[in-house]
Design a protein around this ligand. Structure first.
Ligand code: GDP
Length: 316
C-alpha cells in the first residue's frame, strides 16, 4: 500500500483552503493547515465543509522566514499549497507593503525554505490573473504579457517569477496556477460576488438598505472554487512542474452579475444611467436597490479579464 502523503496548506482558513482540505482528506492525505496567529480562531469555512476536526492546524506568519522554515521541518510535506497572504485587491491599495510582504516575499521565503529543507517536495503557488491587466486582447493564455494594476498584482507577479526562477535554478517541482476569479458561498464578504448576493438576500428578506457598488462595467472570468482546487491538486500530480491558466473562459460584468443574482431571488432589476450616476431599480416596486459610490472604485485596475485554460484541459 502507498504511504499516506502529507500536504501543507498555507492560508487554510480561506475559501480555497477549506475546499482543498476537503478534497485532500477525501484522497486520504494527512492535511496540515497553516494560518495566521489570531486571538480568535477563524474556522467557519473549514467547519462549513465538515473538515475542521480532520485537519492539523498550525500557526504561521508568512512574513517570518524562521517560522516558515520551522514549519516545513516539523511537517515534512510531500506537497505544499501556498494559498496564504493578503488576497484582497481592494485592501492592497490600503496595505501595499503588508500585501507585498505576505503575498510576494512570503512565496520566496517558502521556496527558499523548501530548497534548503524539502527539495523533493512539490509546490503549488496560487498565482493570479491580476498580474495581467491593461488592455488585454482576447483570451489570456500562459504567454500573455504582464501588467499588474494593483499592489496585489505587483506582489503576485514577484511571487510568480520566484516560482519560475526556483524551478529553473534549483529544479524544484514548483508550479504556478494562474487562477482567475473563483467564487463560492465561502467567498469573503470583501469580494464583489458575496457582497452582491448577501446584500440582495437581505433586501429580499425585507432589508431597507441599498447595494452600493463601484465599477459596474468591469468584468471578470468567474469560476467555482471547488473546481479550481482540483486543478491545484492535478498540477502537483504532473511529472514536470509548469504554469497553467485556470479559468472558465467566460467573462461577465458586475452589472450582469447583479441582474442574475436578483433574478435568482425573484427580483427584476433594471439599470439606468452610466458610471457614478448608474442606478438599479426594482421593476416591480420602482424602489432603487443599487447605487454606485466612488468609494468602491479603485485607483487603477485590470480591464475586463477572460482566461484561456486550454493548456490545462489538454494536459490534465
Ligand atoms: P478581484 O478581481 O480580485 O479584485 O475581485 P473583486 O470581487 O474584489 O472585484 C471584482 C470586480 O468587481 C472588480 O473589477 C471591482 O472593481 C468590481 N467591483 C465593483 N464594485 C465593487 C465592490 O463594491 N466591491 C468589490 N470588491 N469589487 C467591486
Amino acid at each position: 500500500m502507498r504511504a499516506q502523503k502529507t500536504a501543507l496548506i498555507t492560508g487554510v482558513t480561506g475559501q480555497d483552503g477549506a475546499y482543498l482540505t476537503k478534497l485532500l482528506l477525501e484522497k486520504n492525505y494527512r492535511v496540515v493547515g497553516a494560518m495566521r496567529r489570531a486571538s480568535t480562531l477563524n474556522l467557519p469555512r473549514l467547519a462549513a465543509l465538515g473538515v475542521v476536526d480532520d485537519v492539523e492546524l498550525m500557526t504561521l506568519d508568512m512574513q517570518d522566514f524562521i517560522s516558515i522554515t520551522q514549519l516545513i521541518k516539523d511537517v515534512v510535506p510531500d506537497e505544499i499549497y501556498n494559498l496564504g497572504g493578503q488576497s484582497s485587491v481592494q485592501a492592497s491599495f490600503k496595505q501595499p507593503l503588508y500585501t507585498a510582504q505576505t503575498s510576494g516575499r512570503g512565496t520566496m521565503s517558502l521556496l527558499e525554505a523548501m530548497r534548503i529543507i524539502a527539495p523533493e517536495a512539490r509546490l503549488f503557488e496560487a498565482a493570479s490573473s491580476e498580474i495581467f491587466g491593461q488592455n488585454p486582447v482576447g483570451k489570456i493564455d500562459e504567454s500573455h504579457d504582464f501588467h499588474p494594476r494593483s499592489p496585489y498584482g505587483v506582489a503576485k507577479l514577484f511571487a510568480y517569477w520566484s516560482v519560475v526562477n526556483y524551478r529553473e535554478a534549483y529544479n524544484l517541482h514548483a508550479s504556478n496556477g494562474l487562477m482567475f476569479n473563483h467564487e463560492s458561498p465561502l467567498r469573503g464578504m470583501e469580494f464583489v460576488t458575496r457582497k452582491i448576493t448577501t446584500t440582495l438576500a437581505q433586501i429580499a428578506c425585507g432589508g431597507q438598505q441599498q447595494l452600493m457598488l463601484g465599477n459596474l462595467d468591469n468584468a471578470r472570468d468567474w469560476g467555482f472554487a471547488g473546481d479550481y482546487v482540483e486543478a491545484m491538486w492535478l498540477m502537483l500530480q504532473q511529472e514536470t512542474a509548469d504554469d497553467y491558466i485556470v479559468a472558465s473562459g467566460e467573462t461577465h460584468s458586475v452589472r450582469e452579475f447583479v441582474i442574475l443574482a436578483a433574478a435568482a431571488m425573484g427580483m427584476q432589476i433594471e439599470f439606468e444611467g452610466e458610471g457614478l450616476q448608474a442606478r438599479g431599480i426594482d421593476k416591480k416596486t420602482g424602489r432603487q436597490l443599487v447605487s454606485v459610490s466612488e468609494d468602491f472604485y479603485r485607483p487603477s485596475e485590470p480591464d475586463p479579464l477572460v482566461g484561456d485554460a486550454s493548456k490545462a484541459h489538454k494536459q490534465f
